[in-house]
Design a protein around this ligand. Structure first.
Ligand code: URA
Ligand code: SF4
Length: 213
């Protein structure tokens, strides 16, 4: 950066500042219509020196209000899966493919905010932010949670059902893979199915440890 003297050994601070500046810039983003009905931009959070990054779809209702990724029901399931996989969330950077909550009113009073899947053009508009986070952090491993993240980073034809739990080639990181979205598990009504899917999620997430060995 022109005009800024960075002393030797000060790299971590520079990354810090870069991420902070990105977060600040994203607060004002209006590059797709989703900002208008959301409370705030939910930027990524976690370890700025993370070796691994998790990418979800978009903030949910609770994330929208708190301004942090994966702090609602899906986040609690994710926490349990990470713990079962022997991964400390504090070592990760956690973010989403889309930074604003897309929802529609639901319930009798219309007060409940029901998640809506972001459109391709919204995912495309928001890719600039996830790309900038990847550039700032340069993670060795990227794990996409669900189809929206996987299609944003691995291409529109990517099928999580076919490819989950396998390392794929990616320009974004040395190691990359996709797995289930925790919210998909929350929607399963059959307990056996839910257990099977949880076991798969845990197994897939342990690829992070394998990649970082
Ligand atoms: N679902 C996501 O994809 N991301 C969050 O941050 C929360 C729920
Ligand atoms: Fe900008 Fe992404 Fe929010 Fe759309 S969803 S306004 S691209 S930050």
């Amino acid at each position: 950066m022109a005009g800024i003297h960075v002393p030797a050994g000060a790299e971590p601070m520079r990354f810090h500042r870069t991420l902070g500046a990105l977060r600040e810039a994203a607060r004002a983003c209006q590059d797709c219509p989703l900002w208008a009905n959301a409370t705030q931009t939910v930027f990524g959070a976690g370890n700025p020196h993370a070796r691994a990054m998790l990418v979800g779809e978009q903030p949910g209702d609770e994330e929208d209000r708190k301004g942090l990724p994966f702090v609602g029901p899906a986040g609690r399931l994710l926490d349990r899966a990470l713990e079962a996989a022997g991964i400390d969330r504090r070592e990760l950077y956690v973010t989403n493919a889309v930074k604003h909550f897309k929802w529609q009113p639901a319930g009798r009073t219309g007060k409940r905010r029901l998640h809506k899947t972001p459109a391709q053009r919204e995912v495309d508009a928001c890719r600039q932010w996830i790309e900038s986070e990847i550039a700032a952090i340069q993670p060795e491993v990227i794990a996409c949670l669900g189809a929206t993240a996987a299609r944003s980073l691995f291409g529109r034809d990517f099928r999580v059902s076919v490819m989950r739990g396998r390392f794929v080639e990616s320009a974004y990181a040395r190691h990359a893979f996709a797995t289930y979205h925790p919210s998909a598990l929350l929607r399963l009504r059959d307990e056996k199915e839910r257990e099977t899917a949880f076991a798969r999620l845990v197994k897939d997430l342990s690829l992070i440890r394998r990649a970082l060995r």
